[in-house]
Design a protein around this ligand. Structure first.
Ligand code: MG
Length: 411
């Protein structure tokens, strides 16, 4: 129902997620915003939590020009309802300030309905609805506002020789976070003026607003809204994710497809040459079907047939990664994690071993989890039964997922 815009109406809000940094401080080769936390890409986590906290808002990531594929993979891992609120990314500049400006220019050209803009760091994934509500309210009221927390350490100002030159009273200090929240025109204009004046090294958007003469209000931040930068931060973030998802579930799946004439089969998303094919409504990927059912089982949310009825012509010949991606999206839509999947393929031929790691990599990619969380095993049935008689292939799987408390069966 349409009505006046209140605290929890985000339809006039754009959220810029600054993700253009090259930060490699956390040790691995990838920029930190694309590294995995508890099996989930950091940018995926941040975008998902923002979208859940601000339904109706549009999300604009600002990325490094070299990172388009990484960005697209991070977005592809989001549940489909959330993906809809993520628009095509803007390309960042040489400094954080230039990247934020690129994001604002991008919002300005996307459409005219945005009154409020939040500018958020991709490296702060644990953003909660209450913080977003405070940010949007403060921006509506003051025009420029930043979340701040009380400082518990005494802060010393030092000179170039590390000699203390001042001890500002702690009561007057705030540690400032993101999202920083603004009237869109105020901050867009402030950034344009700063860029035109050659001011380029301001480290947050409040500093840009301050430079332009705006009064910036500090509202209550959230101590849980941590910034993930160092390897220790990644470890803390993973522990936090696991603590947020105490409801551990194990689901199982089983599937069979019969051989038919053909020259290849699909197994775990891989096309494997064989002297027979597999019969089925979709691509008959028996392993992917078993894993999909295992995930749906862990969610207590029906089975592959109830989500993708064979009576529906849309799924005829479908590539089964659609089914698996959908099941993984359902876990993420509930704020959950896929901890592990484990599949066993039962057949006399073809040999699965030589393809094992390629299948694991493909499944990990579709599920958007680390390959270390995907197991694929194979066995024969010693020539016994239908698999032993080479009449078809069977597959079994388990999926272990973690959900937030109160995880209930889907309606
Ligand atoms: Mg099947």
């Amino acid at each position: 129902m349409a009505g006046p815009i209140g605290t929890d109406d985000f339809s006039d809000v754009a959220i810029i997620v600054v993700a253009a940094g090259r930060g490699v401080r956390a040790g691995e080769g990838l920029p930190k915003q694309y590294r995995s936390v508890g099996g989930v890409n950091l940018l995926t986590l941040t975008l998902g939590n923002l979208a859940r906290a601000a339904p109706g808002a549009t999300l604009h990531a600002v990325i490094h020009p070299d990172d388009r594929e990484l960005h697209d993979a991070a977005v592809a891992a989001l549940p489909s309802e959330i993906r809809k609120s993520v628009v095509a990314p803007a390309l960042g500049g040489a400094t954080r300030q230039a990247s934020a400006k690129a994001g604002l220019d991008h919002v300005a050209t996307s459409d005219g309905r945005h009154i409020i803009v939040l500018i958020h760091d991709a490296a702060r994934p644990f953003v909660e609805k209450s913080l977003i509500s405070r940010a949007v309210s403060a921006a509506r009221k003051y025009g420029a506002a930043v979340p701040g927390t009380m400082v518990s350490d005494t802060i010393k100002q030092v000179d170039a020789e590390d000699l203390v030159v001042a001890t500002p009273p702690r009561a007057n200090l705030r540690a400032v976070q993101t999202p920083q929240a603004f009237n869109f025109h105020l901050i867009h204009e402030a950034h344009a003026r700063a860029a035109a004046a050659g001011v380029s090294d301001l480290t947050d958007d409040a500093a840009v607003a301050e430079w332009a003469g705006a009064k910036v209000h500090v509202f209550e931040g959230d101590p849980g809204n941590m910034k993930v930068t160092t390897p220790e931060d990644f470890a803390r973030a993973e522990a936090r994710l696991i603590a947020d998802c105490p409801d551990m579930r194990v689901g199982q799946g089983y599937d069979v497809h019969a051989f038919c004439p053909g020259d290849h089969i699909w197994l775990g998303g891989l096309r494997i040459p064989h002297d027979r094919g597999l019969e089925g409504h979709s691509d008959a990927d028996v392993l992917m079907h078993a894993i999909t059912d295992a995930i749906l089982g862990a969610l207590a949310d029906g089975d592959i047939g109830s989500h993708f009825p064979p009576s529906d012509a849309r799924w005829k010949g479908a590539a089964s990664d659609i089914f698996l991606r959908h099941a993984a999206g359902l876990v993420r839509a509930r704020g959950g994690l896929i901890a592990h999947v484990d599949g066993t393929v039962i057949c006399e031929a073809p040999k699965v071993g030589p393809h094992r790691d390629a299948i694991r990599a493909r499944l990990a990619d579709i599920l958007s989890i680390d390959i270390g969380r995907v197991a694929v095993k194979a066995t024969t049935s010693e020539k016994l039964g239908f698999t032993g008689r080479r009449e078809g292939i069977a597959a079994m799987a388990t999926a272990t997922i973690r959900l937030p408390p109160g995880g209930k069966a889907a309606p």
